[in-house]
Design a protein around this ligand. Structure first.
Ligand SMILES: Cc1cc2nc3c(=O)[nH]c(=O)nc-3n(C[C@H](O)[C@H](O)[C@H](O)COP(=O)(O)OP(=O)(O)OC[C@H]3O[C@@H](n4cnc5c(N)ncnc54)[C@H](O)[C@@H]3O)c2cc1C
Length: 328
């Protein structure tokens, strides 16, 4: 059920089998499997998933290659709600491990927020990441193109960039190295530092040997119309024509709510076993937040694995069949 503020008292004493933080591809997939295992699930999602920002899903078996991410989420949420899962639009602020259960503190609303605490036996961290973008004076100019032909994911969109004039927008010398795998798809590559960092001589030589142009001036704005970026205007007014772009600036990892719990990380990603269990026996991590490939197919598979392992744990602990009627 889609929970509203008015309904929350009805859930005050409930201990869910699983609370899923994040309702993107990974969290919804986990929720669908969990409900089908007759487990009780609450998905808490703050919105603006990476899956939502994905304008077109190009590489998912069985879906037309121009399926918008928001359609995948809409369909996935409807499927989950049909299976009687609970879903709440809210922000998870903190998770406290109480031993047998987790106390999960959520914030509802931005202005005049209210706070609630939910309890669950297991937790799935499906809260994903969000890409850093070039910081220009007018950020709307960046939002107009990011996710359209100004891409953020080489695995997703390298094919779309084939043989095009591509700009690579980095945040550090190392981040520009993505030009080399991009070179598999197109040789026409221009690298931009936006004047933010120096590039060492060894890298300059390698970029130059590969035929990549390096531009170190600040960027004034992206050019284009109807969400199709056609180039860049530099601070001195020079225009660099492009057909496409790739932002390579790293990401913010949405895991602040876990900071009170000791977990193993690799960079910002949670380390898991093959069934997506973290170093904590009752916390699983799925999708972009865990170590692995950032793809919808992987996120969906992760959700299936985590849910299945949690069902195995609970089934082995309880031993008997659970009637559907007491699943919630
Ligand atoms: C522009 C773009 C294009 C892409 N193209 C493709 C493609 O063609 N093919 C492909 O396979 N992949 C593509 N991807 C990658 C794909 O979108 C991700 O791999 C996928 O969305 C990961 O799903 P997820 O569920 O892990 O994370 P998300 O979809 O990001 O979902 C995480 C959810 O958790 C929520 N959340 C975060 N913190 C909290 C909190 N504290 N409390 C409550 N909720 C929280 C977020 O708001 C979000 O709704 C693309 C990504 C982008 C950005």
């Amino acid at each position: 059920m889609q929970l509203t503020k008015a309904m929350l008292n009805q859930r005050a004493d409930q201990v869910y089998d699983v609370l899923v933080v994040g309702g993107g591809a990974a969290g919804l997939s986990a929720g669908i499997y969990l409900q089908r295992y007759l487990l009780s699930t609450l998905i808490v999602d703050k919105g603006k998933a990476r899956s939502f920002w994905m304008q077109e899903l190009h590489n998912y078996l069985g879906l037309p290659p121009d399926t918008p991410g928001r359609e995948v989420l809409k369909q996935g949420k409807a499927h989950y709600l049909d299976l009687d899962g609970d879903y709440l639009n809210a922000y998870v602020e903190e998770v406290i491990d109480e031993g047998e259960t987790f106390a999960v503190r959520v914030r509802l609303g931005r202005q005049n927020p209210t706070y609630r605490t939910f309890r669950s036996r297991y937790l799935i961290a499906a809260s994903g990441i969000i890409d850093h973008l070039p910081q220009l004076a007018n950020m709307q100019n960046v939002f107009d193109y990011a996710g359209h032909n100004l891409h953020v994911c080489l695995i997703c969109d390298g094919y779309e960039m084939r043989d095009q004039r591509a700009g690579v927008f980095g945040s550090s010398p190392g981040s520009l190295e993505v030009a080399f795998p991009l070179g598999w798809f197109t040789p026409h590559i221009t690298l931009f530092t936006n004047g933010d960092f120096e590039v060492d001589q060894e890298r300059r030589d390698r970029f130059s040997d590969a035929g990549y142009r390096l531009i170190e001036q600040p960027i004034k704005q992206f050019l284009g119309e109807n969400h199709v970026m056609s180039g860049v205007e530099l601070a001195d007014g020079t225009i660099v024509e492009l057909d496409t772009g790739l932002i390579s600036m790293g990401s913010k990892y949405h895991a602040d709510y876990l900071k009170g719990i000791e977990l193993e990380y690799n960079g910002g990603n949670l380390v898991t076993d093959p069934m997506n269990r973290t170093s904590h026996p009752r916390i699983f991590a799925v999708g972009d937040l865990k170590v692995g490939m950032n793809q919808v197919a992987i996120a969906a598979a992760d959700g299936a694995q985590a849910a299945t392992q949690i069902w195995r744990d609970i089934r082995r602990a309880e031993g008997t069949r659970r009637p559907a009627a007491i699943a919630a």
